[in-house]
Design a protein around this ligand. Structure first.
Ligand SMILES: Cc1cc2nc3c(=O)[nH]c(=O)nc-3n(C[C@H](O)[C@H](O)[C@H](O)COP(=O)(O)OP(=O)(O)OC[C@H]3O[C@@H](n4cnc5c(N)ncnc54)[C@H](O)[C@@H]3O)c2cc1C
Length: 263
């Protein structure tokens, strides 16, 4: 039997690996480096295009437990992530280039995997895994759309993470630490008092906003929401989400601040 896997991202690389490890021949079709999505930059497989954190590695929460299950099932992604991890408190974060390079080497050297470069524009015959990700090329997305029917819409919601320079952070106020002092102190924590948070919230909810893409003004993706949309849902909503202060004691006061921006 031969299985075609479309896309050598995180999902496609893992799917190809798992099949190949079971002795099944895999044809892995990846459009890079000839054609790249707007978010991918390198020639490597399993390229992380945003955060290098794969989130918590603690067994007492769902994402940490899932990673341990994947490890025990011989996950390629977890093997490579563990081998290229960088310090990030209780989270599993990776050296993104080292990680992607290692996944690529493992995939390319597997005797049961044949990599065929080039964009897939038609769904091939036979057993196929489509793992072309949120930025599936237009031609394949159209094929999928016609297969799934007119009522099914394929959407991608874009989000951008801001980058800050270290010099712009006032380290007389911010401090290095990790939540609940787990692992090493790898995050910069910027505290806010209640008055500072209130001023920030008011500025944020009345600020001029970047224009959004067509469909995004009607619906946002709850899993990756613009911060201003979250702020509009309630004065303290951010304090229970990305700015939550739980487990972060300000060394200057010995107390949890009202809100914390964790970098
Ligand atoms: C800008 C951006 C920021 C993101 N930020 C985060 C984040 O911070 N955290 C997070 O968890 N997730 C984030 N995501 C989502 C992220 O893409 C997924 O978590 C993860 O990459 C999905 O893995 P995947 O294997 O499904 O898709 P991808 O990693 O996107 O892999 C799909 C692969 O298929 C290839 N491909 C596409 N179409 C074709 C075709 N027609 N023929 C052949 N090959 C094709 C692509 O080149 C790519 O290599 C972000 C996505 C984007 C675009």
């Amino acid at each position: 039997m031969n299985v075609t896997v479309i896309g050598a991202g995180l999902a496609g690389s893992e799917a190809a690996w798992q099949l190949a490890q079971r002795g099944i021949d895999v044809t892995l079709r990846e459009m890079k480096p000839e054609k790249k999505t707007p978010a991918h930059e390198t020639e490597y497989f399993a390229e992380l295009c945003c955060s290098n954190s794969l989130r918590s590695d603690q067994l007492e929460n769902a994402v940490g437990l899932l990673k341990e299950e994947l490890r025990r099932l011989g996950s390629l992604i977890l093997q490579c992530a563990d081998a290229t991890r960088v310090e990030a408190g209780g989270a599993l974060a990776v050296d993104r280039h080292g990680f992607a390079r290692m996944v690529t080497e493992q995939i390319r050297s597997h005797p049961h995997i044949t990599v065929v470069p080039g964009e897939v524009t038609e769904i091939p015959e036979g057993e196929v895994v489509i793992a072309s990700g949120p930025l599936t090329s237009d031609a394949l997305a159209e094929r999928l759309q016609s297969l799934l029917g007119a009522d099914t819409a394929l959407h991608f919601y874009d989000a951008a993470a801001p980058l800050l320079t270290a010099e712009s952070v006032d380290m007389d106020k911010a401090w290095f630490g990790s939540r609940y002092d787990r692992g090493t102190a790898d995050y910069v924590n910027c505290p806010m008092t209640e008055a500072e948070y209130d001023a920030f919230w008011k500025e944020l909810t009345t600020a001029q906003e970047a224009p959004v893409h067509g469909f995004e003004d009607k619906m946002v993706f709850e899993g990756c929401m613009p911060v201003e949309v979250m702020a509009r849902r309630g004065h303290d909503t951010l304090c229970y989400g990305p700015l939550k202060p739980r487990g972060l004691k300000d060394p200057r006061t010995g107390k949890e601040p009202y809100a914390v921006v964790q970098l």
